[in-house]
Design a protein around this ligand. Structure first.
Ligand code: OXT
Ligand code: ADP
Ligand code: MG
Length: 580
C-alpha cells in the first residue's frame, strides 16, 4: 500500500526519464503541487498530449464540447471551492471561446485560470500567418484580472504561482496563462525542474479591517432606526457562514439576500426580508452591504427603488475601490468578510440593542402578505403548466433535498424561480450573476456536480438551455447526477410573438413549437421525459434526483404565460418614435 502511494505521488516527470523533464510534465507537476487536480477543457493542438499526460498523472481532465462551457464550469468551481478553477483550451478560436467565461469570472469575482496553448511568438509577432495565429496575451489582458505568458520551462513554477495568487488574493477574478506550443517540449534537468516549482503559501491572505473602521460601522448600525443587511455572493464565496449567521442573528437586523447569497441563512429565517424586497430597500435608513456591490441589480443605490428618505451605507468588501463607487459610503470596512465579521462580533459586546420592533414588525407583515399572495399560485395543476404551477413542484423538491445545488437561467424562468424556490444552505443557488448571462447552465451544472458530488437541479429557460445544450452529452459521458428541467414556452420570454411584416419567417423571439428537448438526452443514453402537468413533472424530477441518473425533463409551459424580459423589462430601451 505504502509503495503504491509512493509511486502515485512520484512526479510525472520521473516516469519517463531519471534525469530530464519537460514543459508538459512541469505544468502537470506545478498544478498537482498546488492541489489543482481538476481541469475543464477541450483538447486539440497544441494541448492534446498535455491533456492525456495530465490524466495519466492523476489529474481529472473533463473534456467538453465547447470551451465556453468548460470555462463556466471552471469559474463556478472557483466560486464553490475558493481555489482557482482551471480551464484548458487550444489557441485562437478555442482561446476566444474560453475568454467569455474568463471575463465572466472576473466580473463576478470568481477565481479562475484560463490556460491556453498558443502559436509561436516569433511568427505571431511578425504576423506571418501561423496555425491559429493570434496575440492571445494582448487580447486577454483587458478582460481579466491578470495575464501572464511563460516562455521558458524553468519559469513554469513561477508563472503558475503568479496566476494562482492573482486569481484568489484580494478580490478574486480570472487570470490568463499563455503557454506557447514550444514551451511544452522544452527539456531541462529533472532535479532543477523540480526545484523550480513553487507551492503557493497562503494564497489569499486574511485582510484584517482597521479597528476604527469596525467601530465606525457599529456606531452607524447602532443608531439606525430601520437597519437592513444586504448579503451578496461575495459573502457566500467567503465561506464565513457561521460568522455571518451569528452576526445577523446577534444584530437582529433584517437581511436581504442577493440571488446567489440565498441560503447563507435560510430563506425561511424569521429575519429574511427577501419577500419584502421593495419595502426594505425603500424604507431602510441604514444599509449594511456584505459582499454585494451597488450595481444595476441594486439600482446603483439610488433612485425610486431606494425611496426619498436619506440613507447611510456601511459596506464590507475586500476591494477598497468598491467604496463610493455609486453613492457615498458612510462606513467603509475593507477586509475579507471572515475577518471583518469576526472583528465586528468581537466589538459588538454582549448587549447589542437589536433592531427596533416596529421596523421588524412592518417587514414581517409585508413579507407574510407577499408569501400568502404567492402560495395559491404554486397549487395550480393546469396543463399546459404556467411558471408557478411548475415551480410549485420544484420548490418542494429543493425543500426535501436542501443539499442539492440549483442552477438557474432564463428570463421568466430565472426571475420567477428566484422568488419561488427557497434555499436552505449556503452556495446552493448558482445563476446568471452580474451580467445576467445566458449560457452558464450546463457548464455550471457539470462544475457543481464534479466539485461537490451533490445532485444538481438545473431550471432552464428553453432559450437559455440552447446556449450550452450540447453538453448533455458531457453530462451523460461522465454519468453526472444532473437533472435538467427545461421550461419550454416555445421561445424567448414567450412563444406567442408574431412577425409583424406578415412574412414567412417566425418572429425573432419564437422557436419551433412543441419541441422535444427530452429527445436530446435520450440520444446520449440519459433519461428523457416529456412532462405536461405538475404531477408528471413531480414524478420525473423526484425519480431523477433520487437515482442520480442524467435526466432532461421537457416541461411544457403555456407559451403565453411569460412577460417580456421577465422582471427587468424596464431596462429595454423605448423607441423614440413609439414615445411620440
Ligand atoms: O417587494 P415586492 O412587492 O416588490 O416583491 C418582490 C419580492 O418582495 C417578492 N418575493 C416574494 N414573494 C413571495 N414569496 C417569496 N418567496 C418571494 N421572494 C421575493 O417578489 C417580488 C420580486 O422579487 P425579486 O425577484 O427579488 O425582486 P426584483 O424586483 O425582480 O429584483 C430586481 C433584480 C434586478 C435584483 C432581479 O430582477 C434580478 O436579479 N434580475 C436578474 C435578471 C437577469 O439577470 N435576467 C437575465 C437577462 S434577461 C435577457 O438579457 C435575456 N436574453 C438576452 C441574452 C443574454 N442575457 N445573454 C446572452 C449571452 N445573450 C442574450 C436572452 C436570450 S433572457 C434570454 C432568454 C430568455 O428566454 P428563456 O426561454 O430562457 O426564458 P423565458 O423567459 O422563461 O422564456
Ligand atoms: P451580488 O451580485 O450577489 O450582489 P457582487 O458580485 O455584486 O454580489 O459583489 C460581490 C462583492 O464581494 C465584490 O465587491 C467582491 O469584491 C466582494 N468579495 C468577494 N470575496 C470577498 C471576500 N472574501 N471578502 C470580502 N469581500 C469579498
Ligand atoms: Mg422560454
Amino acid at each position: 500500500m505504502a509503495e503504491a502511494t509512493a509511486t502515485k505521488e512520484k512526479p510525472a516527470a520521473a516516469e519517463e526519464t531519471q534525469d530530464l523533464t519537460d514543459g508538459f510534465h512541469l505544468v502537470i507537476d506545478a498544478l498537482k503541487l498546488n492541489g489543482l487536480n481538476t481541469i475543464y477543457g477541450v483538447p486539440g493542438i497544441p494541448i492534446t498530449d498535455f491533456g492525456r499526460m495530465a490524466q495519466a498523472a492523476g489529474i481529472r481532465v473533463l473534456s467538453f464540447r465547447h470551451e465556453q462551457n468548460a470555462g463556466y464550469a471552471a469559474s463556478i468551481a472557483g466560486y464553490l471551492t475558493k481555489s482557482p478553477g482551471i480551464c484548458l483550451t487550444v489557441s485562437a478560436p478555442g482561446f476566444l471561446n474560453g475568454l467569455t467565461a474568463l471575463a465572466h469570472a472576473t466580473t463576478n469575482c470568481f477565481p479562475m485560470i484560463l490556460i491556453s496553448g498558443s502559436s509561436e511568438r516569433e511568427i505571431v509577432d511578425l504576423q506571418q500567418g501561423d496555425y491559429e495565429e493570434m496575440d492571445q496575451l494582448a487580447i486577454a489582458k483587458p478582460l481579466c484580472k491578470a495575464a501572464y505568458r511563460v516562455l521558458h520551462a524553468q519559469d513554469i513554477g513561477i508563472g503558475l504561482a503568479r496566476a494562482i495568487r492573482a486569481a484568489v488574493s484580494g478580490r478574486p477574478g480570472g487570470v490568463y496563462l499563455d503557454l506557447p506550443a514550444k514551451l511544452f517540449g522544452q527539456v531541462m534537468d529533472a532535479e532543477a525542474g523540480k526545484k523550480s516549482l513553487v507551492k503557493v503559501i497562503d494564497a489569499a491572505p486574511a485582510q484584517i479591517p482597521a479597528p476604527e473602521a469596525v467601530k465606525r460601522a457599529l456606531d452607524v448600525l447602532r443608531n439606525a432606526k430601520r437597519p437592513l443587511i444586504v448579503l451578496g455572493k461575495g459573502a457566500a464565496y467567503a465561506q464565513a457562514d457561521d460568522a455571518i449567521r451569528t452576526f445577523v442573528e446577534k444584530s437582529g437586523v433584517p437581511f436581504l439576500p442577493m440571488s446567489m447569497a440565498k441560503g447563507l441563512l435560510p430563506d425561511t429565517h424569521p429575519q429574511c426580508a427577501g419577500a419584502a424586497r421593495s419595502t426594505v430597500l425603500k424604507d431602510s435608513d441604514v444599509v449594511m452591504m456584505i459582499g454585494a456591490r451597488l450595481n444595476w441589480l441594486l439600482s446603483h443605490g439610488k433612485g425610486k427603488t431606494w425611496g426619498e428618505a436619506p440613507k447611510k451605507f456601511i459596506q464590507i468588501d475586500i476591494e477598497p475601490k468598491e467604496m463610493d463607487s455609486n453613492v457615498e459610503i458612510a462606513a467603509p470596512v475593507v477586509g475579507d468578510i471572515g475577518s471583518c465579521l469576526s472583528a465586528l462580533l468581537a466589538a459588538m459586546g454582549g448587549n447589542w440593542p437589536g433592531a427596533p420592533a416596529d421596523w421588524t414588525g412592518s417587514i414581517a407583515k409585508k413579507r407574510d402578505e407577499n408569501v400568502a399572495k404567492m402560495a395559491p399560485r404554486f397549487m395550480s395543476n393546469a396543463a399546459p403548466m404556467d411558471y408557478y404551477g411548475a415551480l410549485g413542484v420544484l420548490r418542494t423538491v429543493i425543500k426535501e433535498r436542501p443539499d442539492a445545488i440549483l442552477v438557474n437561467e432564463g428570463a421568466n424562468t430565472l426571475d420567477l424561480a428566484r422568488g419561488a424556490v427557497d434555499l436552505y444552505n449556503p452556495r446552493k443557488r448558482i445563476d446568471v450573476g452580474t451580467w445576467g448571462v445566458m449560457g452558464i447552465g450546463m457548464g455550471y451544472a457539470i462544475g457543481a456536480a464534479v466539485e461537490t458530488g451533490k445532485p444538481v437541479l438545473a431550471i432552464e429557460g428553453d432559450s437559455a438551455f440552447g446556449f450550452s445544450g450540447m453538453e448533455v452529452e458531457t453530462i451523460c459521458r461522465y454519468k453526472l447526477p444532473v437533472c435538467i428541467v427545461i421550461f419550454n414556452n416555445d421561445g424567448i420570454y414567450r412563444g406567442t410573438d408574431v412577425n409583424k411584416s406578415g412574412g414567412v419567417d417566425p418572429a425573432t423571439t419564437v422557436f419551433v413549437k412543441g419541441a422535444r428537448y427530452d429527445k436530446m438526452m435520450e440520444a446520449f443514453g440519459g433519461v428523457g421525459v416529456n412532462a405536461t402537468s405538475p404531477d408528471e413533472l413531480r414524478r420525473a424530477v423526484n425519480e431523477a434526483m433520487d437515482s442520480g441518473k442524467p435526466t432532461l425533463i421537457n416541461a411544457v409551459i403555456d407559451p403565453a404565460s411569460g412577460s417580456e424580459s421577465g422582471r427587468i423589462g424596464n431596462l429595454n430601451p423605448q423607441s423614440a418614435l413609439k414615445k411620440k
